[in-house]
Design a protein around this ligand. Structure first.
Ligand code: EPU
Length: 417
């Protein structure tokens, strides 16, 4: 197990390139199960969750080939239809194989994910949608079993917007008999990116990126080549890294239009943000003002950026209220930030952050992916040494974050614990 040792107080400067989006790569990889032809994906980030889904797909019988240019997946030889507990428990997104397996093979057995560090995270809406499409769903030994001779198009209205739920049903509907309409669908760019890939594979999907998605099912899908969109959460994390260290950083290979909510908040806090075509320059040359943040599904402020922006607010002027509306308990970073001298009070789903002049380095422990990023950001701004342990959470979802920060001048070192 590795830990990161950070000596804070260095202003980050220079240029950094973002990787492909984890949350776009994972569903794109699951989509390979919909066809027996190869799917080649470019810009797949090298990180823990991608390795986990490769392990899961390989277990199902998918052949994976990695070259410098692309990851190619071929599901011609699938002979297993089960996502085992050991893989689902390490990565909840494993549930993304459910829709494609039932749609193409008529059967799937997927371990129920259970709780996770950021709340209960049920998959009832994925299951209700498949049931509406004619699948027979049963529960046995902690596993969900879904069976259907061929799924049928249906009108499905989600109670709440769900990203992987929308993705699972969009994939399932691509091979269903008839038209499926998904209402109150998630509008995240990762959903749109999946629709682009599926349409390249021959699917007929309209409306992705809006809350109503229409899918006209087809008999079969073909192979495709697709480049995964840039990671907007990694981009946002570097934006905060520049702001929190009083630095000046240009982030390249990103899509600024996916980060408008973050850019607007940083701007409101007094941070300089300049948008290029596929780049963002972020700098801080004065005091940071406390601002209120409320998480929302896209295009609102992403819950995946809440922990990072809280790190920034901890040393901002005045008070800020950070409200988490997407997940039940996504404030695990708070107690660790308190150990670094932050002044935060949590009441229900709101964190009241009173800015302090400076953070003090301390040993802290990461409990989930974005919480890890938040603690690293705090460490970059703190005086003295911060040791962030359990960095495997970070390595699940960021490609070489510490190396990229090193390239921007941070004093950060990875050591084996
Ligand atoms: N929900 C239900 N029932 C369901 C599905 C979801 O009640 O069947 C609820 C959840 O409990 C939550 C809300 O709906 O309160 C939204 O959850 P959603 O299903 O959208 O989350 P997800 O699909 O499990 C994806 C990302 C998360 C990101 C959320 C929200 C992937 C692989 N994961 O999760 O990413 O936080 O959407 O944007 O795309 C991360 O990258 O760190 C991460 C956690």
């Amino acid at each position: 197990m590795d830990k990161l040792i950070i000596r804070g107080g260095v202003s980050l400067r220079g240029e950094v390139e973002v990787s492909g989006a984890k949350n776009a790569a994972l569903p794109a990889m699951a989509a390979c199960l919909l066809t027996d032809a190869p799917i080649s994906l470019q810009r797949v980030p090298r990180l823990g969750d991608v390795r986990t889904i490769v392990a899961l797909l390989s277990y199902l019988g998918v052949k994976a080939e990695v070259t410098q240019e692309a990851l190619t997946l071929c599901a011609a030889g699938v002979g297993q239809f089960e996502a085992p507990y050991r893989l689902v428990k390490t990565m909840r997104a494993s549930v993304l194989v459910l829709g494609p397996l039932v749609a193409r093979f008529g059967r799937a057995r997927v371990s129920l994910p259970g709780g996770c560090a950021i709340g209960p995270r049920p998959i009832n809406l994925h299951l209700a949608g498949l049931e509406k499409m004619g699948a027979e769903i049963s529960l046995d030994g902690g596993y969900v079993e879904a069976k259907a001779s061929r799924l049928k198009g249906a009108r499905i209205a989600f109670d709440v917007q769900t990203v992987t739920g929308t993705e699972n049903l969009m994939m399932a509907a691509s091979l269903a008999d008839g038209v499926t309409v998904l209402e109150n669908a998630a509008c995240e760019p990762e959903v749109t990116d999946l629709a682009v890939l599926l349409n390249r594979m021959g699917a007929r999907i309209e409306g992705a990126g809006t809350s109503t998605i229409t899918v006209e099912g087809v008999e079969s899908l073909q192979g495709a080549l697709h480049e995964v969109i840039p990671d907007r959460v990694e981009t946002g994390t570097f934006m905060v890294a520049a702001a929190i260290t009083g630095g000046d950083v240009t982030i390249t290979g990103c899509l600024p239009r996916h980060l408008e909510a973050v850019s607007n908040k940083l701007h409101e806090a007094g941070i300089g943000v300049e948008e290029g075509d596929r780049s963002l320059r972020v700098w801080a040359d004065g005091p940071v003002r406390g601002v209120n943040v409320r998480t929302h599904p896209y295009p609102g402020f992403a819950t995946d950026m809440q922990a990072q922006v809280m790190a920034l607010m901890v040393t901002a002027e005045g008070t800020s209220v950070i409200t988490e509306t997407v997940f039940d308990s996504r404030f695990m970073h708070v107690n660790e930030l308190l150990r670094m001298g932050a002044n935060i009070r949590v009441v229900g789903n709101a964190a009241f952050v009173q800015g302090v002049p400076r953070l003090l380095g301390a040993p802290v422990m990461a409990t989930d992916l974005r919480a890890s990023a938040s603690l690293i950001l705090a460490g970059l701004a703190a005086s003295g040494v911060t040791t962030v342990s359990r960095v495997y959470h970070l390595d699940r979802g960021y490609e070489a974050l510490d190396e990229k920060l090193l390239g921007l001048g941070a004093n950060i070192e990875r050591v084996a614990e």
